[in-house]
Design a protein around this ligand. Sequence first.
Ligand SMILES: Nc1nc2c(c(=O)[nH]1)N[C@H]1C(S)=C(S)[C@@H](COP(=O)(O)O)O[C@H]1N2
Ligand SMILES: [Mo]
Length: 434
Amino acid sequence: MARRERGIHEFFARDPERADWETWHRVSNHKSRRGFLHGLGATAAALGMQIAFSEYMPRGLIPVVYANSSRSFVIEGKDGLVLLNDRPLNAETRPHLLNDDITPTNRLFIRNNGIPPNAVDSIRWTLNIGGESVIRPRQYTLPELKKKFEHISRQITLECGGNGRAEFDPPASGNQWTLGAVGCPVWNGMRLRDLLLDVGLKDDAVFVAYHGEDRHASGDRTREAISRGVHVSKAMDPDSMLVWGMNGTDLHPMNGHPLRLVFGGQPGSTSGKWLSGLSIRDRVHDGPKMAPPSYHVPCEPVVRGSQVSNDAMCMLDLMPVKSLITNPESGIEHPSNQALPIHGHAWTNAKDITAVHLSIDYGTTWTKTELQPPVNRFAWQHFDHSVRFPKRGYYEVWARAVDSNGESQPMLVPGWNPKGYGNNACHRIAVHVV
Ligand SMILES: Nc1nc2c(c(=O)[nH]1)N[C@H]1C(S)=C(S)[C@@H](COP(=O)(O)O)O[C@H]1N2
Ligand SMILES: [Mo]
């Protein structure tokens, strides 16, 4: 009862001084004006009750009863994602919904730092190349890019630097990602390298920074929400991509339609969305969310919960080796007389994953799984194993990957850091054998 009262109250607490519900209104009217929620009828059906005062409900508003709960929410083109925050929009995918070897578009997480652009016109979309260290600054339209450069498609794992943050203790501030801020769709586009060779880089080029068409969450139209990027060597890597599609169709509006970057092995924050500009810098870029503590970790390990000064922080560069059990769903009941097929994925910034092991006895013994090679560099790899349980009871299945650098996953949450980045602790699922 208390919960319902609070929910109803907040539902209609539209403070006109706060721009955010209006923001939502704009975002939800993106392009088609259809809104993300499939109409009021569907919203009411999802809530399981009639919506009072529905005539006042802003189009596309996500009912607050969904916020910070594990309930799914409805967003056009996405299915089964869990909402962490609606302003800005952040949503993750539960592990068992990541079971596909190629992540379907409707299952890729969303991590927005600001307000996405609306009314995107992909025919007139332009990309400006500037900065101190470009030889021939210029502009391309998206159709020009598609016409001029060789097309490539790659399956590349995208993972938010803060994936797993929810496990840090004491808690780290920010979106409380559990396990699902990761995915591995097929990206369609071109080599960033080909474009950089076309404009030419001066010898002093150090960094390739991105600019996106999303705006700061404050609603200030002149402020960028985030502007990061990668070092020139990574930008020139033949597997670094400029992307206009995923899984053979347009990017989802929340995943950067019509143009974005994708860098394998790096925190997701380097892969700029709604890409409209690149600055070739003669220094490490200084855009929003480049300075510590954002995307920085202590240069030396620190005691949990300690204060770390900005000058003792180093940029989060590579994402650590990690694995995820995607079948079965954690918490299932399983008959004791049957083997349980386990499926999952593992990924690394290194050349490849060399082994994934499972344990059903809290790490006392480990069994090697059947592991597939990556379809290309930076694609996650799939592992399978049939597990037999010796008797009835509560079990945990733990997974641990090793990569070609010889690096592996810790059993416990790794080095605490103030912003909660890079948690690659072994994934555990619960199985109740009956
Ligand atoms: N323009 C822009 N690019 C962005 C972001 C953003 O908010 N704005 N978020 C970054 C972060 S932190 C991550 S983890 C990835 C998430 O990509 P996705 O939302 O397509 O999953 O996009 C990155 N690129
Ligand atoms: Mo991120």
